[in-house]
Design a protein around this ligand. Structure first.
Ligand code: ADP
Length: 395
């Protein structure tokens, strides 16, 4: 049975639809993340599950019970927020036990739960300390401990790692993963950090303007994005898009001059189509023995960014009339249907500089096609026999 169910949940403020017909079936013990750009409705969705916000439409079920109208305290949930609101005048132990005392648990049950949570979070030695004697990471562990001791049906977490520095965030991410494996409690996690969502979640719900775009395992969202929005949102640096049309079973575009056989895809002559390709699926011609040359175009190197393990190369049409360095990558924004720029990643020793003309080849197995007007995905990979090129098989 589905453990947590959102059925067509909508939240409308006077002039804003913050959440628009959200339907999510979440299994028992599943860890799911809500991701999307700022203002897309992640927190509001979470608040409707917690009961802090009442939806204007739809229903919410927890463990088979309709809780749409239940007060937060009557839902079997525990929340962890971005702002770690520990009570400053209470010790760690008092912070951990506060919620249990409110619910009139007896001392033995309290001691049991605190010692289990302290053990899981490795904070046994800190129970007598005051919050201001803890580091940021320790404080966040205590905040999570406060949720664990409640032994809820569902954990709700709203950007719990956002206030930690980058290194600690990566560390806490691993801790949360371990915790999830150990506790196996259904968790809904809000983040704008897609790396966090991709690494920790069983499934991710990608939201834009209050509407669910795709709800699937992270790799499925990455490899088979449902539409242009998901394709541009998941992955960094992100997929790039080329506007074109289908003519005689071929995708042709006027910006880069691609002319690619798409007769295996369900497209018809005259269709407006957007081609999507990720940086790692664009190669220099001749750099890979398995590449065919049917997807080649001559482009110009605009900007080269060394990342250490690879170079990210920004490519433009080789029309002899471009401004070098213009329009650098804008991560996180809503992707347009097409751009006049492609990205390619190459080995760090590649000898490329601004202004070089290069012949690039797209890996046919990794070419995504989208419907030009709706942005819905048409196909992922061209041709049934296509296999992605294996990493490390470069000549
Ligand atoms: P996210 O968590 O994805 O950043 P939110 O759920 O906080 O997004 O907000 C979604 C939309 O709803 C935004 O446009 C926001 O301005 C609006 N919103 C959120 N809370 C309220 C409120 N209390 N009153 C009016 N509008 C709100």
């Amino acid at each position: 049975m589905t453990h947590l169910k959102l059925d067509n949940v909508t939240k409308q403020y006077s002039d804003v639809v913050a959440v628009d017909g959200m339907t999510l079936d979440i299994e028992d013990g599943e860890f799911i993340s809500l991701i999307g750009p700022s203002g897309c409705g992640k927190s509001t969705t979470l608040e409707t599950i917690s009961g802090l916000t009442k939806p204007t439409g739809g229903h919410i079920e927890i463990a088979g019970t309709d809780v749409t109208d239940a007060a937060p305290k009557d839902r079997d949930i525990a929340m962890v927020f971005q702002n770690i609101a520990l009570f400053p005048h209470m010790t760690v132990e008092e912070n951990l036990t506060f919620g249990l005392r409110l619910k009139n648990y007896d001392q033995e049950a309290i001691d049991d739960r605190v010692s289990r949570a302290a053990d899981i979070l490795q904070i046994e030695g800190m129970l007598d300390r005051m919050p201001d004697e803890l580091s940021g990471g320790q404080r966040q562990r205590v905040a999570i401990g406060r949720a664990i001791v409640m032994d809820p049906e569902v954990f709700l977490m709203d950007e719990p790692l956002a206030n930690l520095d980058a290194k600690l965030r990566v560390h806490m991410r691993t801790e949360l993963q371990r915790l999830q494996q150990e506790l196996d409690v259904t968790t809904v996690y809000v983040t704008h950090d897609q790396a966090e969502a991709m690494t920790m979640s069983d499934r991710i719900a990608i939201i834009n303007e209050g509407e669910l775009q795709q709800f699937a395992p992270p790799l499925e969202c990455y490899n088979e994005p449902a539409n242009l929005f998901v394709a541009g949102f998941v992955g960094s640096p992100s997929m790039r898009f080329v506007n074109g049309a289908v003519e005689d079973g071929r995708f042709v575009d006027s910006t880069f001059g691609f002319d690619i056989d798409v007769s295996g895809a369900p497209v018809a002559a005259g269709d407006d189509v957007v081609l999507g390709i990720r940086p790692e699926d664009v190669y220099l011609e001749g750099s890979h023995r398995d590449l065919d040359d049917t997807t080649t175009a001559r482009l110009m190197v605009d900007v080269v960014q060394p990342m250490g393990d690879e170079l990210v190369v920004y490519l433009r049409a080789d029309d002899g009339d471009v401004t070098l360095g213009a329009d650098l990558d804008e991560e996180g924004g809503r992707p347009a249907g097409g751009t006049d720029q492609l990205l390619m990643t190459v080995e760090p020793t590649a000898d490329l500089s601004s202004g070089d003309a290069v012949d690039v080849v797209l890996d046919r197995a990794q070419i995504h096609l989208f419907e030009g007007t709706t942005g819905e995905a048409i196909s992922h990979g061209l041709g049934v026999d296509d296999e992605p090129l294996a990493n490390g098989a470069e000549v």
